[in-house]
Design a protein around this ligand. Sequence first.
Ligand code: PMM
Length: 278
Amino acid sequence: MGIVNVTPDSFSDGGRWDTTETAVAHGRRLLEEGADLLDIGGESTRPGATRPLVAEELDRVVPVIEELAGDGALVSVDTMRAEVAQAALAAGARIVNDVSGGLADPRILDVVAAGDATYVAMHWRAHADRMRNFADYSPDGVVATVRRELAERLDSAVAAGVALERIVVDPGLGFAKQPHHNWELLAGLDVLRGLGRPLLVGASRKSFLGSLLAEDGAPRPVDGREHAHAALVALLAGRGVDVLRVHDVRATRDALAVVRALGPGGLGEPAPHGKDEG
Ligand code: PMM
């Protein structure tokens, strides 16, 4: 899943694709690089961000979705709002990626159910301006707690009429999480697989990678996190992650090619080796 943030203020790529034209061109580039689908968002969820008006969010995403879905791309809309989800589905999106898992605007679940869309339910606790205050996972620890809270999100989506087989779950790396929580979740993905739904993981360029690679106390800037992310992708590939939400499609594809070439234990069939190659 290649990321197209049509926002002036996302932490990783804010302002780079914030016109329809640049966002569409970026989406097309990600498809050329091997993205299977595109996630188009008009609200930054960077810690501390303030929310755009509904009209602003609509103006950002709808024309981009129309163009890219019109090209034949599989498009997901990254939104927490029912109105935006509705307009996005009308514009050709087939997936609603709701980082709040239905908590921010429960009416979004009715829109997903009525539109027979695929639904990504991410683990979330509060909007970006307050989420730092919600990173407490005692007493059960982050993995068991996220699993339980995601199970509640699944139940409420199904109760609203969303088909269970249409739901994908996501641990929500970086959302009300300290760096160590993200690592614990990545190490505990098997527990989340116990929910019985496909898993989506979004680690690309996130600040826990910046913290990991910090020098003299200064986090590695966003543009210097790609290699660590590619290593993570290769390790996740053997652990049954179904969708990777990434900025760097080419690096991700390269990492997956290495895993495939290594064969069993990786993603799929071993690459054919020529007889003479030894
Ligand atoms: N992360 C961001 C935005 N949307 N959606 C899902 N499902 N999972 C994520 O981890 C996620 C998301 C924020 O990251 P960005 O600014 O790099 O897009």
